[in-house]
Write a protein that binds this ligand. Sequence first.
Ligand SMILES: Cc1cc2nc3c(=O)[nH]c(=O)nc-3n(C[C@H](O)[C@H](O)[C@H](O)COP(=O)(O)OP(=O)(O)OC[C@H]3O[C@@H](n4cnc5c(N)ncnc54)[C@H](O)[C@@H]3O)c2cc1C
Length: 301
Amino acid sequence: MEETSNSPLWRFSTMKVGGEATRLCQPGSAEELIELVEKLNNKQEPWYILGGGSNTLISSEGVDGTVIRMTQMTKLATPEPDVLIADAGARLPHLAKYAAGLGLSGLEFAVGIPGTVGGAVVMNAGAHGSCMANVVESVEVLNSESGKISTWSKDDLKFVYRNSAIDPAKDIVISARLRLQPGSQEQITAITQHNEEYRWRTQPLGWPNLGSTFKNPLPEKSAGLLLDQSGAKQFKEGNAAVSAIHANFVINLGGATTKEVVQLLKRMQETVQENHGLRLHPEWKTLGKFSENIAEIWNGE
Ligand SMILES: Cc1cc2nc3c(=O)[nH]c(=O)nc-3n(C[C@H](O)[C@H](O)[C@H](O)COP(=O)(O)OP(=O)(O)OC[C@H]3O[C@@H](n4cnc5c(N)ncnc54)[C@H](O)[C@@H]3O)c2cc1C
């Protein structure tokens, strides 16, 4: 297993922000993961799970403890013609294209979501009218307290908009079993490509970012539209700015710090509250030490 000390984490977040972790471990198998978590628990050392880092704001002040990055666990299997089993660290864009190549429909929505299977299950990631809840049949989860792996059914996972019952502080997704529909390979590939190209037109993919900053407060009220109507596209704090292409995207202009990002989020939240009377809740997770009062922004769910 790969293990490094005082490891800079900015490389592992799509925002390209993040200080050092005391230790970074990258298990390559469920066995290595189980052994690692047991060892850390026995020593009472804190640990945190990171997937693709595409929805996690990692503190510039770093992380006290071990960050367990799941991206080395990437195996895919097709035990039945319309079932895909993907390890937690497999990337959604790769998985969507793999499924399309097999003539399996259901993952076309996921091609532009740059996260891992584990992170996508936790977040119930979704786009283009679909989400993980529509394809996940069950998930293998390591309970870090018992050290046992169990199978969670779709009902156990309690998927809702951008959330699930998985608590990454104790439940670690090992793999997901996805039920897909056989279809025309040509058609599935065309929809997948269309969804991928749509991203390039509508999102600031040239700049480091973490996707949508806030959840949509109501199904018919997108956070992006509310922010745009409130003039947020002009907002900038140091090297963190609201994208001119999509008002719900925060971009790192180069060298942004979490202090700047947090200030920007606060302004975005306040402007929508003032202009529309609606409270926006961040979609992002946070990792590490924050000297700013981030609870002000993240609380009230
Ligand atoms: C350009 C861009 C576009 C995006 N578009 C979309 C979109 O259309 N729809 C959408 O829903 N999201 C989107 N996102 C956000 C993000 O890609 C998704 O939320 C994704 O599912 C996060 O996966 P990750 O592996 O990167 O998670 P991370 O950011 O690494 O982690 C997110 C949370 O999951 C936990 N976690 C990760 N892996 C595991 C595991 N194996 N077991 C237990 N817990 C785990 C972490 O501890 C953390 O709490 C976008 C992001 C970017 C940068």
